[in-house]
Design a protein around this ligand. Structure first.
Ligand SMILES: [Mn+2]
Length: 195
């Protein structure tokens, strides 16, 4: 079973994450941050990864710790659920259009964390949500999931659309990368023999 459950508690947040890589995109995400829940729902739905997130964070300060720590826990869960990565496709990419926004994601489940994130938001807020936190989330996910993650916005003016297109393109690329490759279902997809 390619599943994982992570519980992570600090002085700032308490996070529980459960995922199933071979799910149907069923989600139940509650972080106390409405827009972030909406983004996590997109990630689950379009990656076809079942996802349940419960986060209780210090939202009286701001959303930063809760978003970052959820990214850390989700990254840890992905890494754990992938195991030794036997039989996966490893790479994924997606050009995704959403109304005015076009976002491109290319990723490698490489165990070499690296983030390139060029979203170029034209506004600092989506409702009460800081647009900076989109990059913070992807940074935490890439670092703790062992992902080489590139996310670039080609164009788009509405911040809600740019953020949502980013999460959807990452989701769609992730779906491809975690999928079993039926041509080499017994092998780790690297000439090094390990990932
Ligand atoms: Mn939306």
């Amino acid at each position: 079973m390619r599943t994982a459950k992570i519980t992570r508690t600090t002085a700032e947040t308490s996070i529980e994450v459960e995922i199933d890589l071979d799910g149907t995109g069923a989600y139940d995400n509650q972080t106390g941050i409405g827009f972030f829940d909406h983004m996590l729902d997109q990630l689950s739905r379009h990656a076809l990864i079942d996802m349940r997130v419960r986060a209780k964070g210090d939202l009286h300060i701001d959303d930063h710790h809760t978003v970052e720590d959820t990214g850390i826990a989700l990254g840890q869960a992905l890494k754990q659920a992938l195991g030794d990565k036997t039989g996966i496709r490893r790479y994924g990419s997606c050009h995704l259009a959403m109304d005015d926004a076009q976002v491109r994601c290319a990723l490698d489940l490489s165990a070499r964390p690296f983030l390139i994130c060029n979203l170029g938001f034209r506004s600092g807020k989506i409702g009460s949500f800081d647009t900076d936190l989109v990059q913070e989330f992807f940074q935490a996910l890439a670092t703790h999931g062992g992902i080489t993650l590139h996310v670039d916005c080609l164009h788009g003016h509405n911040a809600h659309h740019v953020a949502e297109a980013a999460f959807k393109s990452v989701a769609r690329a992730l779906r491809e990368a975690v999928e079993p490759d039926p041509r080499r279902s017994d092998a780790i997809p690297s000439t090094k023999g390990a990932l």
